[in-house]
Ligand binder design. Sequence first.
Ligand code: 3HC
Length: 311
Amino acid sequence: MNLEEKFQSKVDQEIKIEPKDWMPDAYRKTLIRQISQHAHSEIVGMLPEGNWITRAPSLRRKVGLIAKVQDEAGHGLYLYAAAETLGVERNTLFEQLHDGSAKYSSIFNYPTLSWADIGSIGWLVDGAAIMNQVPLCRCSFGPYARAMVRVCKEESFHQRQGFEILLALSKGTEAQKAMLQESVNRWWWPSMMMFGPSDADSPHTARSMKWKIKRFTNDELRQKFVDVCYEQAKVLNVTLPDPDIKWNEERGHFDYGEINWDEFWDVVKGNGPCNKQRIATRVKAHEEGAWVREAAMAYAEKQEQRKNKVA
Ligand code: 3HC
């Protein structure tokens, strides 16, 4: 067997690929692409949520939201660290995010216009993230799979926290019920887009499935998401904004309407409601944080000198 065949046989036998193992360049490249964009999504994802920390309706809601936003930062750090094991510099990844050459999940380019949006993000966005991230706990690349275990535990808290916010609104005043429905109307379709293009239009899925980076295709995970959300929406007494959703006995799943792929690609290409604002905020935070990085480097150097002096 040649190196490529040996590699594929390890993947087929469910043997984890570790950073020091031989791997095809294309495997390394697609992992750096996916893991870094996943990390970018976590970090940029803090922005729409953070927008409501100072306006949360109670101390309890504020504490839950702060904890969630902090978790996202931690997810980003795990994932940047996992990407670095593949030989890429973290600064390079930041440059790619800031100059627009790297993607992050399109969902975070939509604005959070009401408190109900924080519930919809938890229920739908984190719900979609869990659907997609639980299988990643079994990804063939060791560091990514291990990072996902902790991430998924925290994501399930995020999803429950969001659902509970919406459940409270669903039992509230007519105005709160209207706010809930208006929010779900805005977040449902962009959440459906989180799973990526349809399998027929996905350039990466076939190879990612062969390499067991992906365990399910984009459409398979999207279908699971619809099937779960339909039942949960009934508990919230909210209507999903898709008149074509209906149970298909033959398929054993819900059929659903056509996704607006023009909107998806338009947002991915940078023309969403908040793309420019999100990147500008990230660049500003990175520039204003330069002193922290310099201080940490200076401190580490001093520690190193002290250690060498003693040795
Ligand atoms: N937003 C932006 N770009 C997207 C996208 C989305 N929702 N879905 C797909 N794309 C991009 C892909 O990155 C790829 O572009 P590239 O070649 O320049 O990277 C192109 O569209 C084709 O898509 P594919 O489906 O062929 O690409 P993948 O095989 O990489 O599948 C994915 C896309 C399903 C998002 C996959 O990358 C993945 O599972 N990533 C890990 C999970 C992740 O990143 N989730 C994002 C949300 S994180 C989150 O929600 C955090 C939570 O705490 C809030």
